[in-house]
Design a protein around this ligand. Structure first.
Ligand code: 5RP
Length: 294
């Protein structure tokens, strides 16, 4: 049994040595079947190898949060600027047109709300058959590493991975940071690697210092969540730093739909993620796009 204490500290991350041996543009997915690769290619653009996911699944734990009071009014105009839509089946079926032809990252865990102090007790919230009906490009599961219900959330993850693998549907594992947990490189490095080792095809986490080590130690693509609303300039800086440090994309919600100009924000984010623009150039683009929409 691996000891908990006294192990040597990891230190050789091969930062300057990209993961080799993959002809496929998604890290660590070389040996996946054709269908899985097709779904991953709908999420991660072959040209850039990256993705811009628009997240609006917040209602499954927060109800009608600011900016998502009406999914039909908020999301429809900005969906065309995303590569993938991260949402609940209820939100999609009731409010979002199926004609956007965007990859769906289907929120597939459930059972907790912000009314609870400890939100780590979730269950699997979608049967894989319904994920197939929704033509999901991936299923998303919240993983509470280090929380009171850590084991239950990791069991949810592996069950969704196993059911998705039967049909070639990848799983996105979300590192959920509990209120009492610190957003430290050590935590994110441990959590992201655990989720990848359990079989997750994509991991979502938050940007942190030494993020390049978190990316290097994780054998599957990492996308960064935006988190609580920041000033647009700061949010773009976080996107730029994450992409510069190896993130395969972003999965952003509040920093888009709570922005003063959501479409301008999506265009600025795309400029960084897919066009390699700096945060400064993206900020200029945001300003221009905002000005022509006022
Ligand atoms: C909500 C989620 C969101 O998908 C994730 O947090 C990204 O949204 P945001 O950028 O607003 O954090 O998991 O529970």
């Amino acid at each position: 049994m691996t000891d908990k204490e006294g192990n040597l500290s990891a230190k050789d991350y091969g930062i300057d040595q990209p993961a080799e041996g993959s002809l496929f543009h998604v890290k660590g997915m070389e040996h996946c079947d054709w269908g899985m690769k097709d779904r991953l290619s709908r999420i991660f653009q072959p040209e850039s190898g990256k993705t811009v996911m628009l997240a609006f699944d917040h209602g499954y734990i927060m109800g009608a949060t600011a900016g998502l009071e009406r999914l039909d009014l908020t999301i429809e105009p900005i969906a065309p600027f995303a590569d993938a839509l991260m949402a609940t089946r209820g939100g999609l079926r009731t409010c979002i047109s199926p004609s956007h032809n965007k990859a769906v990252i289907l929120r597939s865990s459930a059972g907790s709300t912000v009314l609870k102090d400890d939100m780590s007790q979730e269950v699997i919230g979608v049967d894989v058959q319904d994920a197939l009906r929704m033509n999901a490009a991936a299923m998303a599961v919240q993983c509470f590493v280090g929380a009171p219900h850590e084991c239950a959330s990791l069991e949810n993850l592996v069950r969704v991975i196993d059911s998705g693998n039967q049909y070639g549907i990848p799983t996105l594992a979300v590192t959920a940071v509990g209120k009492e947990m610190e957003r430290t490189p050590r935590y994110f490095m441990l959590a992201t690697r655990v989720l990848a080792e359990l079989g997750a095809h994509i991991v979502k986490t938050y940007y942190c210092e030494d993020f390049e080590k978190v990316v290097a130690a994780c054998p599957v693509p990492i996308v960064i969540a935006g988190g609580k609303k920041l000033p647009e300039r700061d949010a773009l800086e976080t996107v730029y730093r994450g992409i510069s440090d190896g993130a395969a994309g972003v999965d952003m919600g509040r920093n888009v739909f709570q922005s003063s100009s959501p479409i301008a924000m999506m265009k600025a984010i795309n400029a960084i993620v897919h066009d390699g623009e700096t945060a400064s150039h993206a900020w200029d683009l945001f300003g221009y796009e905002q000005s022509i929409r006022q």
